[in-house]
Ligand binder design. Structure first.
Ligand code: PBG
Length: 327
């Protein structure tokens, strides 16, 4: 018998032209959030050993990097400060210094490139001598006192000119508390991107090298989520929306694409996926060994986020991809 299927999906894969006609998802430079690391000093950049081709910049070079991202069509950055050891203490005091590195970075970027949308990481780990996202008392990460400090931290970022704050700490009730402070203090238009579904993941390793922010003791499992749980992530999202979050983030990205899809289907708000440091480094490592093609792997990994339902993608590949899209 001869095979004559009437429906032949391969008809629409016959040529590059027809494939592009029926392509469902696209990536654009404006989908991306560029994570950026910076440090004190002058005219210097340091490569992060576990993140090939990714750097920490002094502020004078950081603003040029931001401008070059803007020129490539990228429209948002997410800032992470590498704080000197001498400034770290148990209270994370430097986090709320109006003249701290983060606050100066926001001001410098807004001055050099006012149209870039500036997001800031809100968590204590780069500032705390304990390396935890919240305050530590008697070996425990305490919730409510941490939330008060995180509220002050978010306010100081808003005062410096941040467009959106991104609490990545996973304390309970922090979105509502931050929203309330921003409203009361005259910043109703500062957005909140909540790291709503953030897992206790091994894929943050290279990031902790970048900021020298590994926990001093224990792990982050009493505040970040168990990788085995999905429903709990939906509860986190429902709380954060109710408390006033504008964007919900899922993190890491690739191992949690199911969560991106679930959250997008259930909540009608913008969803962000964070392709974290370990995902970036893993693709680079395989490419260095000649086991994967770097460009193909980065493009395929980010289109996966769009297909899963992400509106925004935080990725260390953002600039490389923006360059590819332009060429
Ligand atoms: C800190 C924070 C982390 C990341 C973003 N904000 C690390 C952590 O929670 O330990 C990870 C980002 C990455 O790995 O790219 N609160």
């Amino acid at each position: 018998m001869t095979v004559h299927p009437y429906t032949r999906p391969r008809r629409l894969r016959k040529s590059s032209a027809v494939r592009s006609l029926v392509q469902e998802n696209h990536i654009r430079a404006t989908d991306f959030i560029v994570p950026l690391f910076f440090m004190e000093g002058q005219s210097a950049k340091e490569e992060i050993p576990s993140m090939p081709g990714y750097y920490r910049y002094t502020l004078d070079l950081l603003v040029e990097e931001v401008q070059s991202c803007f020129d490539l069509g990228l429209r948002s950055v997410l800032l992470f400060a590498k704080v000197k050891d001498a400034l770290k203490d148990a209270k994370g005091s430097e986090a709320i210094n109006p003249d701290g590195l983060m606050q100066r970075a926001v001001k410098a970027i807004k001055k050099r490139c006012p149209e870039m949308y500036v997001m800031t990481d809100v968590a204590l780990d780069p500032y705390s001598s304990d390396g935890h996202d919240g305050l530590v008392e008697n070996g425990e990460i305490v919730n409510d006192a941490s939330v008060e400090l995180l509220g002050e931290m978010a306010l100081s970022h808003a005062q410096a000119g941040a467009d959106m704050v991104a609490p990545s700490d996973m304390m309970d009730g922090r979105i509502g508390y931050i929203r309330e402070i921003l409203e009361e203090q005259g910043f109703p238009n500062v957005g909140i991107m909540s790291y709503a579904v953030k897992y206790a993941s091994c894929f943050y390793g290279p990031f902790r090298d970048a900021l020298d922010s590994a926990p001093g003791f224990g792990d982050k499992k009493t505040y970040q989520m168990n990788p085995a749980n999905a429903e709990e992530g939906l509860t986190e999202c429902a709380l954060d929306i109710q408390e006033g979050a504008d964007v919900l983030m899922i993190k890491p990205g690739m191992p949690y694409l199911d969560m991106v899809r679930l959250v997008k289907e259930k909540f009608k708000v913008p969803v962000a996926a964070y392709q974290v440091s370990g995902e970036f480094s893993m693709i680079h490592a395989a490419a260095e060994k000649g086991w994967l093609n770097l460009e193909d792997a980065m493009l395929e990994s980010v289109i996966g986020f769009k297909r899963a339902g992400a509106d925004l993608i935080a990725s260390y590949f953002a600039k490389d991809i923006a360059r590819l899209l332009k060429s």
